[in-house]
Ligand binder design. Structure first.
Ligand code: UDP
Length: 412
């Protein structure tokens, strides 16, 4: 992929935004910034960092990206934290808190934390905040999940660790927490229109990647793309498909992958495949190859894109499909609720039946799908591209030097 420059975004976001970024970057010139998360691949955070790190380097910052280590036991428990923070039921034990703390000690010895700004992503590396050298650098916690209905035990354990940093970033206002003593910032994440996942594809490329998995470019299909994770409700999507099947002979494609920090994914996959095999017309593509181009080709060609999540952080996969002019049918939860303007850029659903209903509407009314798809694209273009995010992040870093209190919404 050709190296993307900040200027390349001018036709999409306008010159003023790019100029503003350059002015903000001047204030931080030469600053060392360190992102720390728990995986290089799989999931939205890795997606964001892959695009963001080179762009931040390009504007004169010195940016590094470190990944913490973890045993399977550790990632099992952080997955349980993740589920509990999303407000879903899961078993939490005292031992989990102890293992979490032990792993932070191991990682704090391995990871050099002397940058001017240290940005921790999600709960997995959050405990490193206990080992910060307060006077030297500014620390930010970037929370990519919906903690508005967080399990109180887990939040009571984590929130003192959040209070040790200088600021917390959340994707939407509803995710902020009244009990935090530090400044909170609201800014949505982004997708990169120039990445292989999102760039325009030639007809021949689309043909090639569909054909590889047994589809043709003139074939209609319903699509969901997600990690194999119960919160993405793969079985719910399957149920919706079963209802749609009664009136339409259109296959359902589920493209999914795994993340190293999500050990239960394999179990969810096995369960899902077992169910999927009972239903004719379902195609499961696990770990597509090449991942980004296959996802891109399928998102572009789908007649209907579902994202039947029951809990969601932001749901970048929804943003990606909207960018491809899809009127996504998404679970009425987390960031999906913020991205999809109901019945204007897609549809928000709370039930299997709702997902099936709107799928049938879109299949029978392609004009409606096209109209909403155009509006979905406009929404992404105006709000969820890398320059929007970069501008907001630079504001957060600058304001961390002059701390205040309360919640600041950086997006419109
Ligand atoms: N994804 C992918 N291949 C797959 C399944 C998902 O590349 O087989 C990507 C998807 O395109 C999106 C990311 O994984 O970029 C998922 O991010 P999202 O914010 O939707 O959910 P998360 O997995 O972070 O909960």
């Amino acid at each position: 992929m050709k190296k993307v420059k900040l200027e390349d975004y001018i036709p999409l976001v306008g010159e003023a935004t790019i100029e503003e970024i350059k002015l903000l970057a001047q204030q931080l010139k030469g600053a060392r910034i360190q992102h720390i998360n728990s995986t290089k691949t799989g999931g939205g955070v890795a997606e964001i960092l892959n695009q963001l790190v080179p762009l931040m380097n390009e504007i004169g910052l010195e940016v590094e990206w470190d990944v913490i280590e973890g045993t399977e036991e550790f990632f099992d428990l952080t997955k349980s934290f993740h589920v509990a923070l999303h407000g879903a039921r899961t078993r939490i034990t005292q031992k989990m808190f102890q293992i979490y703390k032990k792993m932070q000690v191991v990682n704090q010895e391995k990871i050099d934390k002397n940058a001017d700004f240290v940005i921790l992503h999600d709960p997995q590396p959050l405990g490193l905040s206990e080992f910060r050298q307060r006077e030297k650098s500014k620390w930010i916690w970037c929370c990519h999940i919906d903690i508005s209905e967080a399990d109180t035990r887990v939040w009571r354990f984590l929130s003192p660790l959040v209070d040790l940093v200088d600021g917390a970033i959340f994707h939407i206002p509803q995710f902020t927490k009244a009990d935090l003593d530090i400044p909170q910032y609201v800014m949505p994440p982004f997708i990169d229109p120039f990445s292989d996942k999102n760039r325009d594809l030639r007809e021949s490329e689309i043909y090639k990647f569909l054909k590889k998995y047994g589809f043709s470019t003139d074939e209609r299909f319903i699509l969901q793309v997600s990690r194999f994770d119960k919160l993405k409700d793969p079985l719910g999507a399957l149920q919706a498909f079963k209802i749609v099947q009664k009136s339409f002979n259109v296959p359902f494609v589920y493209i999914g992958n795994f993340a190293p920090d999500d050990p239960p994914g394999k179990r969810v996959y096995e369960e899902f495949v077992q169910e999927a095999n009972k239903i004719p017309g379902v195609k499961v593509i696990a770990n597509p190859d090449p991942n980004d181009l296959v996802v891109n080709a399928f998102q572009r060609s789908a007649s209907v894109v579902l994202q039947k999540s029951i809990r969601e952080g932001f749901g970048l996969v929804v943003t990606e499909a909207m960018w491809k002019k899809q009127a996504v049918i998404g679970g009425d939860t987390g960031g999906i609720r913020y991205q999809i303007v109901d019945e204007a850029t897609g549809f928000l659903v709370n039930t299997v039946e709702g997902a099936a209903f709107w799928t049938r509407q879109l299949l029978s009314n392609p004009k409606l799908a096209t109209l909403l798809g155009e509006q979905a694209y406009d929404r992404v273009r105006a709000n969820f591209l890398p320059p929007h995010y970069l501008r907001h992040l630079l504001c957060v870093l600058l304001s961390a030097k002059h701390p205040g209190r309360g919640v600041t919404c950086l997006n419109k």
